[in-house]
Design a protein around this ligand. Structure first.
Ligand code: ARG
Length: 263
């Protein structure tokens, strides 16, 4: 009996050492990274991603960039960013140019046919940005007005669905310039990005229409079937949602000056 207890305690001690050992090797986020995760984005979408002199990953900064960095850290991998056109992201996933796309990307049925999405990490909706003195007060007021959207964004899908004609631009900044210069009447774009543009440009306001514009959820996309990476991403997202990190980042970057030097 005595001997048995001793063996048991030795086993327990060995188990404890093993636990301590793995705990140590896991927490070495500052240590050498084992490989990398290549994230694709389109850094034209403040406060989620934009180009600056110095950001959380190279010259890229924003909520998504901080999330990507955290996913890298959690998995002891270096997070790398490939900046490309928004329309190219799903193709780049498919042909292996990138491992994951993090781009304030809304989960849609159409996209779900091409890629797998992580757990959602942010709620958004489309809104209308107009001049302060505009008489547009709801979505149907856009009929007959000069509408601008960004190519390939869900805002374009929304306006198309309403059946109104529109013009599309490649960048949000181009669309806003058009509005500021009085060359269009309204820009339809995601809420948080709209807040940012209205804050940075005088004379604009946001008009919401919750009857016409549905809630949207942002998630990270991976190549169809890449379950390993999806699991790693989901684990990090779950943690960041639970410990309040995502809310913290959203608040921090909503107030940050997004020096969009890519303009
Ligand atoms: N949420 C919109 C969509 O998924 C716009 C995303 C634009 N993101 C970007 N990084 N440019 O279509």
């Amino acid at each position: 009996m005595k001997k048995f207890t001793r063996v048991l305690s030795m086993v327990a001690a060995a188990a404890l050492m093993a636990v301590t050992f793995t705990a140590c090797s896991n927490s070495s986020s500052s240590g050498e990274k084992k490989g990398s995760i290549k994230f694709g984005t389109n850094a034209e979408f403040p406060p989620f991603e934009y180009v600056v002199a110095k950001g959380v990953i190279g010259e890229f900064d924003g909520i998504d960039m901080a999330i990507a960095k955290q996913i890298g850290d959690d998995n002891n991998k270096e997070a790398k960013i490939e900046n490309m056109e928004f329309d190219s992201l799903l193709v780049a996933l498919d042909n292996g140019k990138i491992d994951a796309a993090i781009a304030g990307m809304t989960v849609t049925d159409e996209r779900k046919e091409k890629v797998d999405f992580s757990e959602p990490y942010y709620n958004a909706k489309q809104v209308m940005i107009v001049k302060e003195d505009s008489d547009i007060a709801k979505a149907s007021d856009m009929q007959g007005k000069k509408i601008v959207v960004i190519q390939g964004y869900t805002g374009e899908t929304c306006v198309k669905k309403l059946g109104y004609s529109y013009q599309s631009f490649k960048k949000g900044t181009e669309a806003i310039l058009e509005l500021v210069n009085g060359k269009c009447d309204v820009v339809v774009i995601d809420s948080a990005t709209a807040d940012k543009y209205v804050k940075d440009n005088k004379g604009l306001k946001i008009v919401e229409d919750n009857d016409q514009f549905d809630n949207e959820e942002y998630a990270i996309a991976v190549k169809k079937g890449n379950k390993d990476l999806l699991d790693q991403i989901n684990k990090s997202i779950k943690k960041m949602k639970e410990n309040g990190k995502i809310n913290e980042l959203a608040a921090k970057y909503a107030d940050a000056t997004t020096d969009d030097s890519s303009k």
